[in-house]
Design a protein around this ligand. Sequence first.
Ligand SMILES: *Cc1c(COP(=O)(O)O)cnc(C)c1O
Length: 381
Amino acid sequence: MSEHHYSFETKLLHNQHKFDPVTGGVSVPIQHASTFHQSNFDTFGKYDYSRSGNPTREALEEAIAELEEGARGFAFSSGMAAISTAFLLLSKGDHVVITEDVYGGTFRMVTEVLVRFGIEHTFVDMTDLQAVENAIQPNTKVLYVETPSNPTLKVTDIRAVCELAKKNDAYTFVDNTFLTPAIQKPLQLGADIVLHSATKFLSGHSDVVAGLAVVNNEELGKKLAFLQNSFGAVLGVQDAWLVLRGLKTLSVRLEKSVDSANKLAHFLKSHPRVKKVYYPGIEDHPHYHLQLSQAANAGAVLSFELENEEAARSLVENVKIPVFAVSLGAVESILSYPAKMSHAAMPKEEREKRGISDSLFRLSVGLENADDLIKDLSAAL
Ligand SMILES: *Cc1c(COP(=O)(O)O)cnc(C)c1O
């Protein structure tokens, strides 16, 4: 059996970086050097300066490219650095069609930074393909997808959006942070670039900020490599190593977390104090079948709504196990309150239009015993 045919979870461990070819060390060496000695006057070696290329960062870049089944991977100093660098593929006068419930940092980049450089945007409900089609203009260069969306977990049909993009000579970017290639592989569904906050599930331990991008062809790879080197928001080597280590347990972590998320979603759904549960892994979710047609499962993040703000306050004051924090995708469960955290900058009216009420919580399910989590939530509710 060749490495090429290994399943995803085996590939996480047994890949070209399973041991260091120089020493046999069973861990990717951390190469701190910023510059590299050139032994020949005429021809320089593979590495010259670490912003342009570094073997530790490169190991991570190759690993994520292989896992997303793309042509080339890139590691950045944060998810936002990866996303912002990908947007540098655009030029003045270009236009982006973007999902209305996009990550807050991406919303800020598009609405407050890109506009200053003459790059326009239209927000649409990406689950409405007619709305996506209507928003496309002659100068549209990117359709930007995030699925499932944050925090209401709406599911966008990646294949259909990619087809629309191709018809209109635009790229499709997919932020795959919520599911990771363990669950969903957007490049296989037609996307051009996959983006990640590796701060979340990929590293998985709430101890590193990192971003990744994978492109579907070498030509786009050359362009993004040029931009990565030009903009310079590269990932440091210690952090690259932490992401590489986190990746080794990605499959087992997600298996456990997704299983518990399913249990919690059903528990919350049957609880009288819970008004609504958002999780595409529950059969009556409007996008349940679409989710399963493009991903292995619904992931480990769910949202739920209580009666009112008072009930929300009481839950936070009484719940003991999950940390109450921004972020997601960690070994510990993380409970967040979008109205005052990720979407605090959004006017209340805009928030409510998107279903983000003052009693909505997002729960990223970690590796605790699911029954402990249920008991804890049950007592707090
Ligand atoms: C966290 C996050 C980002 C931004 O990543 P950083 O690593 O915080 O810069 C982008 N997209 C999604 C979906 C995220 O959850």
